[in-house]
Design a protein around this ligand. Structure first.
Ligand SMILES: [Zn+2]
Length: 461
C-alpha cells in the first residue's frame, strides 16, 4: 500500500491524496485550492495523478477545500463512484452549486472587462458538471465497513468538524496481510455544540493527520460565549444593530444554537434576528434532516419547541428584496450574513449601511484571511471601500476567537493519543508554522515518528 500527496501538503486548502493498494487506486478528497489569485490559478492546472487510473474517490466532508475540484475531475473524464457520508452527500449540492455559480459569475465578469468585449474565460466548472458529480455519489454511514473495491475496505468515523465530516480508515488486503491507512480529515474540537466529539480510531499503520491549528491552543468556548452576551447587552443599551459575518456551514448553525441556549440571559426576545444567507438557510435544513447525528445535548434541545432553527423572532431572508428591507432597520437587528470574510455576499450591503454608526457592532466569529475586507476591519482600518464607496468606520468591532471548527494542538494530541498503537504520522492540511510545533509536540509527548507531507511525495504504508 502506498500513499501520494497531491494537495494540502504544506498548505491548508486543496486536500487530495492518492492511495494505491491491492491493484487499485483510490483518491481521498479532491479539494479546491483557495487563497490569493495565484493560488487559485493552480486549480486550472492538470491533476498530479492519472485520472484514468483512479478507481474510486472517498470524500471526508463537504467543505470546498475538500470537495471543490470534484466537478473538474468528472469534467475531465472521471466516471467512477464518489463515496462519502450520507449527510455530506446531502450538503454537496448546496456547496457545489454555490461554487459553480460563483465560478460562472467570475468568468462572466472577467469576459465583460476584456477590452474587445469578447472574453473567452471559461468557468472552472459549471452546474452541469456538478449534476454529474451528484449522480456519481454513493452515501455511507459511520462505523460501517464497506468493501469499495476487491481487497479494499473503507470505514468512516465521525470527525466532529461539520455535519457528516469523517475520518477515513482504508484497509487493504495484500498478500494475506491487512494494512491500515487512516486519514483524519478535518477534526473538530471536543465539546462543539450540536456535533458529537471526534470518534476514536482503533489502530493504524500510518496516519495522515490534519494540522490546521497544530501550533496553538484555542480560547475556552465558555469565555467566547460570555463575551457574545456582553456585546449583545451593550449593543442593546446603545440602541444599535449587530452584524455577524458568518460562514454558512457549522458556524451559522452554532450561533443559532447559542441563541436558543442563552435566549433569556441575552434578552434576545428584544431583538429581530435575521439569517440573511440563502446558503446558510439551505445548510440549516440539511442539519435539520440529520438529528440522528447530533450529540445527546443537541438532541434534547431539538426535542423542545421552539428549536434553535425556529426561534420566534428569527427570519430567514431568501429573496433579495427581503435582504434589502433589512437595510432600513436602524436599531435592534442582529444580522447574520455571508460571506464569513466579507469578500462577497450580502454582508457587504449591511456593512455599507451600518459601519458609519458608532452604536453598531460587528462581531467576527471566524478566521479572516489576508487581503479580505474582514481582515482590514479586524485590523482596525479607519476607512474601507465597499462597492466603490469610501466608508468611515465608526462601528465597534469585536473578534471572538473560541468558535473554531478545528481541534487545536491539545485536541489533536489527545485524539492521536487514543489510537491504541500510536502509529507513525504524516502531517497534512497545515502551514509549516502550524505543522512544525505539532510535530515537535507529538515526538515529545508520544515519541511518534512524524514527517511532513510534500506535494508529489510518496510513502509506503
Ligand atoms: Zn473542513
Amino acid at each position: 500500500m502506498k500513499v501520494r500527496f497531491h494537495g494540502a501538503a504544506g498548505e491548508v486548502t486543496g486536500s487530495c491524496h492518492e492511495v494505491e493498494a491491492a491493484g487499485h487506486r483510490l483518491l481521498l478528497d479532491c479539494g479546491m485550492i483557495q487563497g490569493s489569485e495565484a493560488d487559485e490559478a493552480r486549480n486550472l492546472q492538470p491533476f498530479g495523478f492519472d485520472l484514468a487510473r483512479i478507481d474510486a474517490v472517498v470524500l471526508s466532508h463537504a467543505h470546498i477545500d475538500h470537495c471543490g475540484r470534484l466537478p473538474v475531475l468528472v469534467q475531465q473524464g472521471y466516471h467512477g463512484l464518489i463515496y462519502t457520508h450520507a449527510a455530506t452527500a446531502d450538503l454537496l449540492p448546496v456547496m457545489l452549486e454555490d461554487a459553480a455559480s460563483l465560478a460562472e459569475m467570475d468568468a462572466e465578469r472577467d469576459n465583460r472587462h476584456r477590452r474587445d468585449g469578447h472574453g473567452d474565460h471559461k468557468p472552472l466548472f459549471t452546474r452541469q458538471d456538478v449534476s454529474r458529480v451528484l449522480r456519481q455519489v454513493r452515501p455511507l454511514d459511520y462505523d460501517a465497513p464497506a468493501e469499495l473495491l476487491p481487497g479494499i475496505t473503507v470505514t468512516l468515523r465521525d470527525a466532529g468538524h461539520i455535519l457528516g465530516s469523517a475520518s477515513v480508515e482504508v484497509q487493504a488486503l495484500e498478500n494475506g496481510t491487512t494494512h491500515t491507512l487512516v486519514f483524519s480529515g478535518d477534526l473538530g474540537p471536543r465539546g462543539t455544540p450540536i456535533l458529537r466529539d471526534p470518534a476514536a480510531i482503533p489502530r493504524a499503520d500510518l496516519l495522515l493527520l490534519e494540522s490546521t491549528y497544530g501550533g496553538r491552543a484555542h480560547r475556552e468556548r465558555a469565555a467566547t460565549v460570555a463575551e457574545l452576551g456582553e456585546i449583545f447587552s451593550r449593543a442593546r443599551a446603545e440602541g444599535g444593530n449587530v452584524l455577524i459575518p458568518a460562514f454558512a456551514v457549522g458556524r451559522s448553525q452554532e450561533l443559532l444554537y447559542q441563541f436558543a441556549q442563552h435566549w433569556d440571559d441575552w434578552q434576545l426576545s428584544k431583538w429581530r434576528i435575521f439569517l440573511d444567507s440563502p446558503m446558510a438557510s439551505k445548510v440549516s435544513a440539511v442539519y435539520d434532516r440529520h438529528h440522528e447525528l447530533f450529540d445527546e445535548e443537541a438532541q434534547q434541545v431539538w426535542r423542545k419547541k421552539p428549536n434553535p432553527f425556529q426561534l420566534p423572532n428569527l427570519h430567514y431572508t431568501i429573496e433579495v428584496a427581503q435582504s434589502q428591507a433589512i437595510n432600513e432597520i436602524r436599531s435592534g437587528a442582529i444580522i447574520i450574513a455571508g460571506s464569513g470574510m466579507c469578500n462577497g455576499g450580502r454582508i457587504r450591503h449591511h456593512l455599507l449601511r451600518n459601519l458609519g454608526n458608532p452604536h453598531n457592532h460587528v462581531i467576527f466569529v471566524g478566521y479572516q484571511a489576508n487581503g479580505t475586507l474582514g481582515r482590514r476591519l479586524v485590523d482596525g482600518a479607519a476607512h474601507v471601500k465597499i462597492f466603490g464607496e469610501d466608508i468611515v468606520v465608526k462601528a465597534q468591532r469585536h473578534t471572538v476567537g473560541g468558535l473554531s471548527a478545528h481541534a487545536d494542538q491539545p485536541g489533536l494530541l489527545d485524539w492521536y493519543g487514543r489510537i491504541g498503537n500510536r502509529p507513525p504520522v504524516i502531517l497534512v492540511h497545515g502551514e509549516d508554522d502550524a505543522r512544525d510545533p505539532l510535530a515537535v509536540a507529538l515526538r515529545k509527548r508520544y515519541g511518534t515518528d512524524v514527517s511532513l507531507a510534500r506535494p508529489g511525495a510518496e510513502r509506503e504504508v
